[in-house]
Design a binder for this molecule. Structure first.
Ligand code: DX5
Ligand code: ZN
Length: 220
């Protein structure tokens, strides 16, 4: 099954509940929350109180993408706020294995993210420990950027790594520059959780945009 995780970064922050409802009405089964600290990435977004406020309105997976330095400092508070899936960047922690353990100890699913310049090989030692791998297909920090084509190659490598480890259950997420036009090749390369911000929340047809992704998922 392919999942749609609309990124709230592109939503109207004054109308988060409305936008979440529309995306879910269109079939989105995850909601992607981008947390940025102005240090790991050159932007600041939202934090724990926002996750807490939106949690009651999310019917699917609360998918929290931590773009923060030393994310282990915040795992517990985001879990308490309602995160179901916590993703940390391998570049942001000295102890990725420990961070994954900590996420599991909190009862959440654990994701490991890699930036465009980070090779898939860093995931080899932890492939049996993570629930999800996140392949960044733009440099993190901003929505609305263009998909980096080499990400397709990296998705294929993650898929091969997962197959070699017998991890047919691995969630393979892609984030950045995902559109209706490139979703098919992204899925064919191995992704099964597609994050899309600006392609879903355009301020006009959020529900219809989500529906179009879900329809495409069923056809691939
Ligand atoms: C980028 C974020 C993404 C971003 C995706 O740092 O992690 O989730 O919001 O936005 P689009 O789909 O517009 O590229
Ligand atoms: Zn993200």
């Amino acid at each position: 099954m392919i999942h749609l995780s609309p990124s709230l970064l592109a939503a109207d922050f004054a109308n988060l509940q409305r936008d979440i409802n529309e995306a879910q009405a269109g079939g989105a089964d995850y909601i992607h929350v981008d947390v940025m600290d102005g240090a790991f990435v050159p932007n600041i977004s939202i934090g724990v109180p926002v996750v807490k406020s939106i949690k009651p309105h999310i019917t699917g997976v609360v998918d929290v993408h931590l773009m923060v330095e030393s994310p282990e400092r915040y795992l517990e508070v985001f879990r308490e706020a309602g995160a179901d899936l916590l993703t940390v960047h391998v570049e942001a922690t000295k102890h990725i294995h420990r961070a994954i353990q900590q996420i599991h100890d909190l009862g959440a699913k654990a994701g490991a993210a890699i930036n465009p310049g980070t090779p898939v090989s860093v995931l080899e030692p932890i492939i049996n420990d993570v629930d999800m791998v996140l392949v960044m297909s733009v440099n993190p920090g901003f929505g609305g950027q263009k998909f980096i084509p080499y990400s397709l190659e990296k998705l294929k490598q993650v898929k091969a790594l997962a197959a070699a480890a017998g991890r047919d259950d691995l969630l393979i997420q892609v984030d950045g520059g995902v559109t209706l036009a490139n979703a098919k090749e992204i899925i064919e390369a191995g992704a099964n959780v597609l994050v899309a911000g600006s392609a879903v929340f355009d301020g006009k047809a959020t529900k219809e945009n989500a529906e179009a992704f879900v329809k495409l998922f069923q056809e691939v």
